[in-house]
Design a protein around this ligand. Structure first.
Ligand code: UT7
Length: 339
């Protein structure tokens, strides 16, 4: 038995920030951001909206899409948690009225959705849960220095959720074999130095050194990450295809993590997938980390571009470094459009 997709939902916060908005306060231009990243606008969380509330709304929509009122476990992938402790998943489960069930968070940055799918599949395969609500939710713009032109234009906020159930491996929506990997030797390429146990104190109290303000924000080495992203996503996607016994010609849609349009296109080119089979929404949402892949799936399904029976290749790469890929045949499910 394996995990089968039976519902999907997503949420975008209402505040839209365009490249022109950013260039009012940052030394950048719409032209630079568009041509280097493919991003035109992104959403920002605002008062009253955060990782937990976005997860609840996306989760509600996924439950509605699956036409179920209960599940056996809730997993939230996020690298922008509400608080360092506790995990947000129990609160999300509680706010959704799902009862005292298994609920936990998972941190795997931009590959969080692939790691989460694999984890949810594991819960189902082991018989721990028959149904899982899995949500990727990110308010990562709150962790990015608004004055840093090398990171501020790239990220956006949002959430995407899926409901998975136990089913046969040949059922439509059944997740294929996974390829997952990591390289912790390159952890510093994308990191937020402070806030965790290693570098925690803001005031130098308790014998800790004072933390420089910039260490509370994301630090990113864009160029080397770019190279790693193309290489790792390509290799991972190829490994998942091989395990599923698919060739690139079998793939109707490549749904890759939206970090940079140039990365997505370079990976597709390496995989010999033509542009018309490459799903893209980075222009409207930016890089939303663990929410990226489900937001993209929801977008394409809601407007009818992603149809039942089509073969989908999912792949993601991010901080850790970490990466992952899998395959599925899209099932007959309802997806609501989010603006
Ligand atoms: O989500 C998964 C993990 N993240 C990634 O995979 C991100 C991977 N990296 C990237 O997507 C790209 O490296 C970036 C979009 C971050 C940067 O694009 P790039 O083409 O690699 O630019 P660069 O960092 O090499 O910078 C080129 C120039 C530099 O100026 P000089 O040194 O050539 O004079 C930068 O200072 O562009 C400058 N620059 C900017 N100029 C205008 C950097 N950011 C900006 C900006 N506006 N916002």
């Amino acid at each position: 038995m394996t995990a089968v997709l039976m519902g999907i939902g997503s949420f975008l916060p209402p505040v839209t920030v365009t490249n022109d908005d950013l260039s009012r306060t940052l030394d950048t231009t719409d032209e630079w951001i568009r041509t280097r990243t493919g991003i035109r606008e992104r959403r920002f969380v605002s008062e009253g909206i955060s990782t937990g509330s976005m997860a609840v709304t996306a989760g509600e929509r996924a439950l509605r899409s699956a036409d179920v009122s209960g599940v056996d476990a809730v997993v939230v992938a996020t690298t922008s948690p509400e608080r360092l402790c506790p995990a947000v998943a129990p609160e999300v489960a509680s706010r959704l009225g799902l009862g005292p069930l298994a609920a936990f968070d998972l941190t795997s940055a931009c590959s969080g959705f692939l790691y989460g799918l694999a984890t949810a599949s594991g819960l189902i395969a082991a018989g721990t849960a028959d149904t899982v609500l899995f949500i990727g939710s990110e308010a990562f713009t709150t962790l990015v220095d608004p004055a840093d032109r090398t990171t501020a234009p790239i990220f956006g906020d949002g959430a995407g959720a899926v409901v998975l159930r136990r089913g046969e491996p040949d059922a439509p929506g059944a997740l294929g074999p996974f390829d997952l990997g990591s390289d912790g030797a390159l952890a510093d390429l994308l990191a937020i130095p402070a806030g965790g146990a290693r570098q925690r104190s803001a005031d130098g109290g308790l014998g800790h050194a004072t933390v420089p303000t910039g260490d509370w924000y994301l630090r990113m080495a864009g160029r080397p990450l770019y190279t790693q992203a193309v290489e790792r996503m390509t290799q991972s996607a190829q490994a998942a295809l091989k395990r599923a016994e698919w060739s690139a010609a079998d793939v109707d849609w490549f749904v890759g993590h939206q970090a940079n349009i140039r990365i997505v296109r370079a990976v597709a080119e390496e995989l010999e997938l033509p542009g018309e089979r490459v799903a893209v929404n980075i222009d409207r949402v930016g890089n939303t980390l663990a929410a990226s892949v489900p937001l993209l799936l929801n977008d394409y399904a809601a407007r009818g571009d992603l149809k039942a029976g089509q073969r989908v290749l999912l792949s993601a790469f991010g901080a850790g470094l970490s990466w992952g890929s899998t395959t599925l045949v899209w099932p007959e499910i309802r997806a609501e459009s989010v603006d």
